[in-house]
Design a binder for this molecule. Structure first.
Ligand code: ADP
Length: 628
């Protein structure tokens, strides 16, 4: 090998090694990228998006049924209509009388006594009625400071009434900042709120805050996500009817919440995951939902952040794998199904397990990774296809060069061969006597130059085929006559081997054909039959016409074509292993050219061969071929 070639080979090997090394650490780089993206994504809070997904899950899930332990009474438009004014102390006392008679478990008064109008006597009567009502408690939104619980005591005549903190809270500064109520307090600085106390009447378990499902700490407070029902799911009685003792669904043994639904102040309403309207739900219903969340103990449990990071990382890695390793359509399908399955699992966990899995980070990570890596993939693929294009161009050029070279060379070789043949002929025909050895040498020379000429002609034909120069020159010719001519010329090959070359030709009319090309086809088939058959066998050439086609068959009793090679023998330069190892000469072009020529005639060529028994090659030509 020359020094230059050696150094090029070395460079190629080095390039291969470097490429292989790059390919081996590529997966780690990809996973690394995915991890960085997952890390960055989880550094940010996508609270607004998460709140939309949270609310969507709540809306889409079948709303849970109320516990049945809570009922509501509201001062509403009907009450004002009936009384022609707002209820005063006397009306409230009347309501409490009606309630007390039915033995409620507790009465949670959201209307502060100081807001009730009436004479001192009437107010006192109301206070006394409240004292007689089982479980009466005034619920206030404020939270007393630790040690300042005394400040909660009401002024005379309500000084004996129980006041308790039942604060509500909305996402004003935290989470979605959309003023929607999603959480409730259970305690603050160790001070348990009214909801826990009342819910414990039905579910004593919740008295121990650690056993409240989904409870979490925030600063000094403990909170839980409310399991909301849409508005209008609780039995609601209008104050006017309730004062007359007419309660919707009964009040005995229940917690009764008394409040307002007058649309005079936004304080009486909240926004919920079901609706962001300012009056989406009354405060009365909100408290009912809070109580039921504790009674049924089905507050939402938010999965720890560690798991969120894990899901986000898995989604990033999957996306990067999908984008870089799979086909685009396949990848999109897989990624789409992964995001959909993840969303479905989150939904099921929310509905069945009251577990809140954060969805925003994993889904965003999938999108970010996807849009980040798609251009990268496009660049890589563009580079690859550019390389292929260059290689292909080079190959086409080399192929063209090769064809040109072969046809040029073959053309130039034909003249000296013809000259050798001519000279051999002259010497053989010369009357001057030749010795036996000289005559033998001249015959060998004649045979070899003939073989060389045939080889060169095949190469020339190949060149013509590849440069698409070949056109048919059709003439009428009787196929039988052509076969006889060719067979006659090949007798010289058959005779020395003792092969019996037999013709069985059914008389037929002339057909249109390119006589030169068809002569080569028939000659090649008969030559092959003689070449690949042992001495003393028979080669039968037959021709017949049927159904508008002329069929020419060349059958021999040779070794046949092995089954695994039959599919290849019509390929360019193909020679069977047997032919290559024996000293039978050939170029591997004969059958390739024969097939090409026959197909140019809109005909077909096929072989039927059983190893050890012989082969039969069949050429079929149309009888009505027209000039193109
Ligand atoms: P070659 O120059 O090798 O004869 P061909 O294209 O004419 O090339 O034939 C391709 C191969 O098909 C041959 O190498 C030979 O193995 C096989 N073949 C062709 N004709 C016969 C036959 N009559 N009997 C057995 N094998 C044949």
């Amino acid at each position: 090998m020359s020094a230059r070639a050696e150094s090029t080979t070395n460079e190629l090997t080095k390039d291969k090694i470097a490429r292989r090394a790059r390919a081996s650490y590529r997966p780690f780089v990809r996973v690394g990228f995915a991890l960085v993206i997952a890390f960055l994504v989880t550094r940010f809070q996508f609270d607004y998006l998460e709140s939309l997904l949270y609310d969507a899950r709540m809306r889409l899930r079948p709303a849970p049924a109320p516990s049945g332990h809570v009922t509501t009474i509201t001062v509403d438009a009907r009450t004002i209509d009936r009384l022609r004014r707002a209820p005063d102390a006397k009306d409230h006392a009347k309501l409490l009388g009606a309630l007390a008679a039915r033995g409620p478990k507790a009465v949670m008064y959201l209307i502060h006594p100081s807001e009730i109008v009436g004479s001192y006597e009437d107010l006192k009567a109301f206070a006394e009625a409240a004292e007689r009502t089982p479980g009466f408690v005034v619920a206030v939104d404020d939270v007393p400071m630790k040690g300042a619980e005394e400040s909660f005591r009401l002024a005379v005549p309500f000084e004996k009434l129980k006041v308790a903190a039942a604060p509500s809270t909305s996402d004003r500064n935290l989470f979605a900042r959309d003023l929607v109520t999603r959480r409730m307090f259970t305690s603050y600085q160790g001070q348990t709120f009214l909801h826990v106390e009342l819910a414990a009447l039905f579910n004593p378990k919740v008295r121990d805050e650690n056993r409240i499902h989904g409870v979490f700490d925030f600063l000094d407070a403990r909170q839980v996500y409310i399991d909301f029902r849409p508005a209008g799911r609780y039995p609601a009685t209008s104050f006017a009817e309730a004062a007359d003792g007419d309660f919707e669904g009964g009040v005995g043994g229940k917690i009764v919440i008394v409040g307002r639904d007058l649309r005079t102040t936004v304080k009486d309403y909240i926004r919920t995951p079901y609706s962001r309207e300012v009056d989406a739900m009354t405060a009365v219903e909100m408290h009912a939902n809070m109580l039921d969340t504790l009674i049924l103990n089905d507050g939402y449990y938010r999965l720890p952040d560690g798991l969120n990071v894990l899901f986000t990382t898995l989604m990033s890695v999957l996306t990067v794998y999908v984008v870089l390793a799979l086909k685009p359509a396949q990848g999109l399908l897989l990624l789409g199904s992964a995001v959909l399955s993840f969303s479905a699992l989150c939904y099921l966990a929310f509905w069945w397990g009251t577990v809140w899995v954060v969805m925003a980070h994993p889904v965003l990570a999938a999108f970010i990774c996807y849009y980040f890596f798609i251009p990268y993939r496009l660049i890589v693929e563009n580079r690859k296809s550019w390389e292929y294009y260059q290689k292909n161009r080079l190959l086409t050029q080399v192929e063209e060069l090769k064809t040109n070279f072969l046809s040029m060379m073959s053309h130039d070789l034909k003249t000296p061969i013809a000259r050798i043949q001519g000279m051999t002929d002259i010497v053989l025909k010369d009357p001057a006597p030749l010795s036996e050895r000289q005559r033998e040498a001249l015959h060998t020379l004649e045979k070899s130059s003939q073989e060389l000429l045939e080889f060169v002609s095949s190469i020339l034909n190949l060149g013509r085929i590849e440069s698409k120069e070949l056109r048919l020159h059709l003439h009428s010719k009787d196929p039988n006559q052509l076969i006889k001519e060719v067979a006659g010329k090949l007798e010289y090959m058959a005779k020395p081997k003792g092969i019996d070359l037999k013709l069985e030709l059914e008389p037929m009319f002339s057909i249109k054909m390119d006589v030169d090309l068809m002569r080569q086809v028939i000659a090649n088939l008969i030559e092959n039959a003689i070449k690949y058959s042992p001495a003393g066998t028979r080669v039968l050439v037959s021709a017949e016409e049927a159904a508008g086609r002329v069929s020419i068959q060349v059958a021999d009793q040779g070794a046949g074509v092995p089954e695994d090679e039959i599919g290849h023998i019509f390929s360019k330069f193909y020679r069977s292993k047997g032919a290559k190892s024996s000293d039978i000469k050939g170029s591997g072009l004969g059958l390739y050219l024969a097939k090409y020529f026959v197909e140019l005639h809109k005909g077909s060529i096929s072989v039927d061969s059983s190893p050890g028994q012989g082969s039969t090659f069949t050429v079929e030509l149309p009888t009505d071929l027209q000039e193109q």
